[in-house]
Design a protein around this ligand. Structure first.
Ligand code: PMP
Length: 439
């Protein structure tokens, strides 16, 4: 596929508009879309729409197609698997692909202790299972999650997720025994709030309001995704891990968005040498096929009784074939380093932009997971309107960008790690011009 932005109609074009009308009639309105643009093909750093436009992709389908859409090794592996068999149910008659993915995850995730893995279909389902496993292991019930957290849309994961609109409003009651504590948010914390102080602030709430004796697990995204690409201050995560270890509390890293090379390490925990007891992965693991995993210390993972974990499709053979091809692609094509390079390029250009524009309150992120937090000029007051209008302007110029953040004021960039340098530059230039023109 040509790696070039090309607009031949306005965005959205007439065919996309017609499909949007059909969508409105046929699809529940609760299932929203960021852009009213229907895709027909995607590869490398671009996505082609039904009207023949080719857009630069700074979204990767929310951090999923890190190896690129329809990456060659993934296509071959899935084609071979789909021709062999599509499903037997691993709980009925197992197959090697599932075991091979588990072996790879046990090997690749942080820590050299004995590990085991169970596979599921989505990030939310894997998070739910991580909580089940932690409760089964500790024989305790409470779970601590953080301000600005996002862990999914199922009942348990809605309870863990912080933001009401759009994720929770009207959907309660939520799962009980979930407690929320403050995170480290360097841009919005008081200036003296370093990582260790922020951890102490969180731990104090846990000890006062929950009690370690009741607490099964602490779950955290090492870089918060939907909450605003919030990178905690150095020392925050290690201090939490240390407290969990001392208190028989399972530390769960939700690396659904940060995992699989996205942040310039294979896992974001590695930036601070954090070794979680359980790590949850999804999204980037299978190049777009639905797969998620819970990987953890063998003694924790083996706590649930035989038959206590599973599901019809978990670790589907096509998804497992894709995951093995993704892992090979990351290794063979040096995509961890590529993510780091993308990060330097983006951070350099966005910092330059910020120096001239005080509506860019913060530039942050790691690797190919970068964001700008937008504020009213010269203040730290969130500016969701500017965020929306900037994203819309980008979309109209053929650049796919996403927004996020508790205050809806964060523009986030998640390019595929195979994004050609020229397209990355072009995307950043489009953004720079939008900021220049809206001043
Ligand atoms: N955890 C995190 C950190 C996520 O970013 C997401 C998805 N955005 C989820 C969990 C839920 O994953 P899924 O949508 O596959 O259920």
């Amino acid at each position: 596929m040509q790696q070039r932005r090309e607009l031949i109609t306005p965005i959205p074009g007439p065919k996309s508009l017609a499909l949007m009308q059909r969508k409105s009639s046929a699809v529940a309105q609760g299932v929203g879309t960021t852009m009213p643009v229907f895709a027909v093909a995607a590869a490398g750093g671009v996505l082609k729409d039904v009207d023949g436009n080719t857009l630069i992709d700074f979204g990767s389908g929310i951090a999923v197609t890190s190896v690129g859409n329809s990456a060659p090794r993934v296509v071959t592996a899935v084609q071979e698997q789909v021709a062999a068999f599509t499903h037997t149910c691993f709980m009925i008659t197992p197959y090697e692909g599932y075991v091979a993915v588990a072996e790879q995850l046990n090997e690749l995730t942080p820590g050299d202790h004995d590990k085991k893995t169970a596979l599921f279909n989505s990030g939310a389902e894997a998070v739910e299972n991580a909580i089940k496993i932690a409760r089964s292991h500790t024989k305790k019930q409470a779970v601590v999650a953080f301000d600005h957290a996002y862990h999914g849309r199922t009942n348990m994961t809605m309870a863990l997720t912080a933001k009401n609109m759009p994720y929770k409003d009207g959907f309660g009651p939520f799962a009980p025994e979930v407690y929320r504590v403050p995170v480290s948010y360097p841009y919005r914390d008081e200036k003296n709030m370093d990582g260790e102080l922020a951890a102490r602030r969180a731990i104090e709430v846990i000890e006062k309001q929950v009690g370690a004796g009741n607490l099964a697990a602490v779950i955290i995204e090492p870089i918060q995704g939907e909450g605003g690409f919030i990178v905690p201050a150095d020392g925050f995560l290690p201090a939490l891990v240390e407290w969990c270890a001392a208190n028989d509390v399972v530390f769960i890293a939700d690396e659904v968005q940060t995992g699989f090379a996205r942040t310039g390490k294979l896992f974001a925990c590695e930036h601070e040498e954090v070794v979680p007891d359980i790590i949850v992965t999804a999204k980037g693991v299978a190049g777009g096929l639905p797969l998620a995993a819970v990987t953890g210390r063998a003694e924790i993972m083996d706590a649930p009784h035989i038959g206590g974990l599973g599901g019809t499709y978990g670790g589907n053979p096509l998804a497992c074939a894709a995951a093995l091809a993704v892992i090979e692609t990351i290794r063979e094509d040096g995509l961890v380093n590529r993510a780091a390079t993308i990060g330097s390029t983006m951070l350099n250009r966005l910092h330059l932009l910020q120096a001239d524009d005080d509506r860019i309150g913060d530039v942050r992120g790691r690797g190919a997971m970068i964001a700008v937090e937008l504020v009213k000029s010269g203040t730290s007051e969130p500016d969701p309107d500017l965020t929306r209008s900037t994203a819309l302007a980008a979309h109209q110029q053929g650049l796919i960008v996403l927004t996020c953040g508790t205050y809806g004021n964060v523009l986030r960039f998640l390019p595929p790690l195979v994004m050609p340098e020229g397209l990355l530059d072009e995307g950043l230039t489009i953004l720079e011009n939008i900021f220049l023109q809206s001043r």
